[in-house]
Structures are given as structure tokens and as C-alpha cells.
Design a binder for this molecule. Sequence first.
Ligand code: GDP
Length: 298
Amino acid sequence: MFATLSDRLADTFKNLRGKGRLSEADIDATAREIRIALLEADVALPVVKEFVAAVKERARGEEVSGALNPAQQVVKIVHEELVAILGGETRRLRYAKNGPTVIMLAGLQGAGKTTLAAKLALWLKEQGKTPLLVAADLQRPNAVNQLQVNGGRVGVPVFAPEPGNGVGDPVSVARASIEEAKRTLHDVVIVDTAGRLGIDAELMQQAADIRTAVNPDEVLFVVDAMIGQDAVTTAQAFLEGVGYDAVVLTKLDGDARGGAALSIASLTGKPVMFASNGEKMTDFDLFHPDRMASRILD
Ligand code: GDP
């Protein structure tokens, strides 16, 4: 997804190779090229501005160290600043001290929530957890069935609406699922919620109501990295309408420019926790800002 950005940055650094010391003009030219590379990759403008200003300031102030030549210094600065906009340290899941850990997923329809729910369940299972998937997406006719199919693929049970569980009412289903998890000793509950194709007040309210009902340990905002600047708009709308603790980027295997998605952590102050990069259930892992920065700068 970030091949063009990688190539552009590599070209920029190539121009600095062999220089003994960076002049003001070198720094300006480099900053300009980095700016263009980031904008072309679709990174949000405020993030680009801040990024370039930080790189410039640090490149100017950098002591000529014995170990690194000026070109290497700039690469190091860009790497560190990339890690910073991607959220810094790897953000790990917080587990509840008592009772089941409740994870709620929110996001637009098609973001990859249902797929992600099963991937996350598998990932947790591989770490010795006993997750329960909860079908609280009652908007899309096929969503419950899809979660059941995906749950079956990863061998994780699905709590779905049926008489007694609150048929037709996602808030009741979600609430009942927590009781069920306690009763059947599941230690993590993953609540899949409904998404619409666009941002919509009713959807936000429903997600907010589910949040209140189940009091999650983590609310994860799931967003398709392929949708460009809409990813940023949606992230901001969900932050105001529902609130969340961390972001999950999906479809990082796509070939669209994914820079907008990479701007979300910086713009919302919420770190990216997981990344999904394919249709297979194992195409999923914790998001490591330093590894992503290294991949971009490789
Ligand atoms: P939901 O509406 O948010 O529940 O989204 P779904 O889980 O149904 O996903 C929508 C589509 O995106 C499905 O066709 C998934 O197979 C696909 N999808 C989900 N995650 C990924 C991913 O990481 N990479 C790719 N290439 N496709 C994905």
C-alpha cells in the first residue's frame, strides 16, 4: 500500500547521499520533497505540515554525529517522526481485572468489522483466551449469519439474537451477551455492531447506547484504509458520536494510497492498535508503529 511513498522518500534521501554537511538549502529541498511525497500518499494536510516542520527543525539542530552521515541522520529523524504520527509505542489490549473483557467494534458498513471480529477472536484464542463473539449488528440482513460463518471458521461461538436474547434489539442482545459470557466462562466478549454506508445519527446513537449498556474495556473503531480522506472524516465523526479507545485499520493489503488512514492516530490522538491486511483469518496482527515506519522507509 505504501510502495510509492517508500520510493519517493528513498529518492529524496538519495539526493543527500555523499554530502558532508547539510546546508539550509539542502534541508529546505528535502523538506519540500517529503511534503510532496506525503501529500501524494494522501496523508492529511495538518499532519503533513506538522511532520515536515518537525523534520526541518530537527535536521537543522542535529549535531553532526560521528556514527551517522547527514543523509542517515535525516532518515533517522523521518523514521522517528513517522513512528510518532503513527502513535508511538505499540498499543496493547487492556484486559479487565475482573470478569470478561468487553471489546466493542464500531465503524461503517463494509469497513471489515465482521471479518475483523472473527480475526480478533482467533488471535485471542491463540493466546489462550476463550472469546465469545456477539452479533449485535441487526441492521444488515445477513450480518448475523456472516458472523456465525466466520465464527465457525475460527472455532469461536457466536451469541446471536433469539427469543430471550432480545430479538431485534441490538442493545438487549449486547447486554444479554455479557451475562452469557459470565455464565459460560468466556473471558473476552467481542461485540460486533451495525454500520451504515454513511455517517448517520441513528447509527451513532445505537452504538453509543450499546456502549453504555456493556461498558466496554475497549471500543475499537474499525476503518477501511482504502477509502482515502473519508477515513479521517469518519474517524472524527465516530470519535464525537460514539467515542473509542483505539483504531483498527483494515484492507492494508489494498493498492489505494493509505496515507489518510495513517493520519488518524495523529488527528484523533487515538492509537492504531490492530491492522488487518487480507481476507484470510490469519491476516491480522497488532499494529507496530516502528515496524510500519521501517516498512515505509525500507
Ligand atoms: P462490515 O460491514 O464492516 O462487517 O464488513 P465485512 O467484514 O463484511 O467486510 C467487507 C468486505 O471487506 C468483505 O468482502 C471482506 O472479505 C473484506 N475485507 C475485510 N477485511 C479485509 C482486509 O483486511 N483485506 C481485504 N482485502 N479485504 C477485507
